[in-house]
Design a protein around this ligand. Structure first.
Ligand code: MSP
Length: 539
């Protein structure tokens, strides 16, 4: 039966990227949208490089566990109904961004439950699971036992409380749990982290190694039914429910078609996993241990990102500083929001979310720098015949040639930085090239040259050269911008009649030629509306 579920395998799937699956107990906020859009940008980037769209991009919802059980109880709602209602909010929001998403997992889905049960049975058969009375500090927020070494006792309002390193309150707890023999895999994980350095930025790889050193040998992978009933029952022991993190991590296998013969997984190993820094331990330590135990290869890359803050504070419902993405879409447009998140978000450190800053960034870079260059070079005052010159003149030199070289480097910078999710670096480079192009315009003043093209051959040449480089800059930058602002960049490429849009097409093609004057210019597609309309302040 298991094999037949995978019989529709597409062998040509060439890339598999995942986001974490989101807790369904609260409404999606800007941080969740960032994780999701970062993955979409990476998937788009890979598709451009591959030259086809046979990739998997998965996201989904983490629906089981005490957090959800408690949230549903607090509004007197049955867990399933509660999840259905909130799941729709995530689905509706994600659908608004017109992304390349291919799979959406809900951990309450039947195929996922089947995958989790199958993983459990396999781990049991291989002898990696045992039953044990477990005592320790339990953190309800993270639904996990915390090692003694990471718990400290402090006084709050005259009361002694225990907290973990993230200041979550922990309680001493004793119960029967099934345990996974994590210790057996520690050395393999350490070797992997040291040899492959799979986690980027590297500071998070180092953090994972440091964390591994503090890990005990057993991981608790079940909870007694009386503590947790909203979840998947342990096979052959209905008094226990499977621990939510084991359940959740398996979603990445569900998408690949597990359970099935391992060589029949749709695409394995996973090429890239996006995760926030708060869930590094689960993805860089627990997950690889489960995979090694299942004889499966480890993900090629984990991109761990820092968090969005508001007024330098963690976003949280209780602080009341949650930013609603729908509201931000309204102020910034959806692509404007995408642009700001990927332009200002830096995986290595936290970033403040500030609407005024976002508004200014989007207007200054998308409207003034990119959009304005596009309208200028197509405008009647500079380009009365609506033409795109095909060559630089053989005498072209100086700033124009320097800009051409910068454009070549820009593609290299984008490629290197996009690969690791550092979109901010590539975007900075693109904007810098576009700004240089504006400066060139200011120096050469093509709107003046155009008035004396016939009478002054030098004017004709400079005008040709400046227009030729500007169109090439816009063509190349638009291709490079596609992963981040697919709609805007796509419309610009339409106007430029640039139909070849894969990553290799962003190589600079413009050459110098002594026949520049006789080479037939291409006609510009009619561009009558700006690629990006300046944002106006809303109420
Ligand atoms: N359900 C778990 C993940 C299980 S994956 C097998 C979970 N869910 S979550 O909803 O709390 O978080 C989902 C992702 O959103 C995490 O990567 C988390 O880091 C990210 N973010 C949550 N708040 C964030 C910010 N303020 N900023 C950026 N990302 C944030 O953890």
């Amino acid at each position: 039966m298991a094999t037949s579920r995978c019989s529709h395998i597409s062998r040509s799937l060439s890339y598999y990227i995942t986001t974490p699956i989101f807790y369904v107990n609260s409404a999606p906020h800007i941080g969740h949208v960032y994780s999701f859009l970062l993955a979409d940008a990476l998937n788009r980037f890979q598709r451009l490089k591959l030259g086809h769209d046979q990739t998997i991009f998965s996201t989904g919802l983490d629906e089981h566990g005490i957090k959800i059980q408690t949230a549903a109880a607090s509004v007197n709602t049955d867990c399933r109904q509660f999840c259905d209602r909130n799941a729709q909010k995530f689905k509706d929001l994600f659908a608004k961004y017109d992304t390349t998403l291919t799979n959406f997992v809900r951990t309450s889905d039947d195929d996922h439950v089947e995958a989790v049960l199958s993983v459990w049975r396999t781990l049991m058969d291989k002898g990696y699971i045992h039953r044990k009375e477990y005592c320790g500090w339990y953190c309800t927020n993270d639904e996990t036992f915390i090692p003694d070494s990471q718990v400290q006792e402090i006084e709050i309002n005259g009361e002694q409380v225990h907290q973990d390193a993230s200041q979550n309150t922990v309680h001493w707890s004793s119960e029967i749990n099934y345990m996974f023999n994590f210790g057996h895999f520690k050395q393999d994980i350490l070797d992997w982290l040291k040899r492959e350095r799979p986690v980027t930025p590297v500071r998070f790889n180092d953090e994972a190694i440091a964390f591994l050193d503090r890990m005990g040998d057993d991981i608790s992978i079940s909870r007694p039914l009386e503590r947790l009933n909203w979840g998947i029952r342990v096979p052959n022991d209905s008094s226990q429910t499977i621990y939510v993190w084991l359940d959740a991590l398996i979603n990445y296998l569900t998408v690949a078609g597990y359970p099935c013969a391992l060589h029949n997984l749709k695409r394995w190993p996973i090429d890239c996993q996006i995760l926030g820094k708060d869930i590094l331990k689960f993805h860089a330590l627990y997950w690889p241990a489960f995979l090694i135990a299942l004889d499966l290869s480890l993900p090629r890359k984990l991109i761990c990102h820092s968090h969005w803050l508001v007024d330098s504070k963690k976003i949280s419902k209780s602080r009341g500083n949650v930013i609603d993405p729908l509201e931000e879409n309204r102020h910034l447009t959806r692509e404007g929001l995408r642009y700001f998140l990927l332009r200002n978000g830096t995986p290595h450190s936290d970033t403040n979310y500030d609407r005024t800053q976002a508004f200014n960034r989007v207007n200054s870079e998308l409207a003034n720098t990119y959009g304005c260059l596009m309208s200028r070079c197509c405008s009647d005052v500079i380009n009365p015949n609506h033409e795109i010159p095909q060559h630089l003149s053989d005498r072209c030199a100086g700033d124009i040639i320097r800009l051409k070289e910068r454009l070549k480097d820009c593609k290299v910078v984008c490629e290197q930085s996009f690969e690791d999710g550092n979109f901010y670096k590539g975007l900075e480079e693109i904007m810098s090239v576009l700004r240089d192009n504006h400066n060139l315009y200011e120096q050469a003043q093509p709107w003046k040259l155009v008035k004396e093209l016939k009478s002054n051959p030098d004017n004709l040449m400079v005008h040709n050269d400046i227009q030729a480089i500007t169109f090439e800059v816009l063509r190349v930058c638009s291709i490079l911008l596609q992963p981040v602002i697919p709609g805007i960049a796509g419309a610009a490429l339409d106007s430029l009649e640039a139909h070849d849009r894969f990553w290799t097409d962003a190589d600079v093609k413009l050459e110098q030629s002594s026949r520049w004057k006789s080479s037939c210019p291409r006609k510009l597609a009619s561009l009558r509306k700006p690629v990006f309309l300046r944002l106006k302040a809303q109420d």
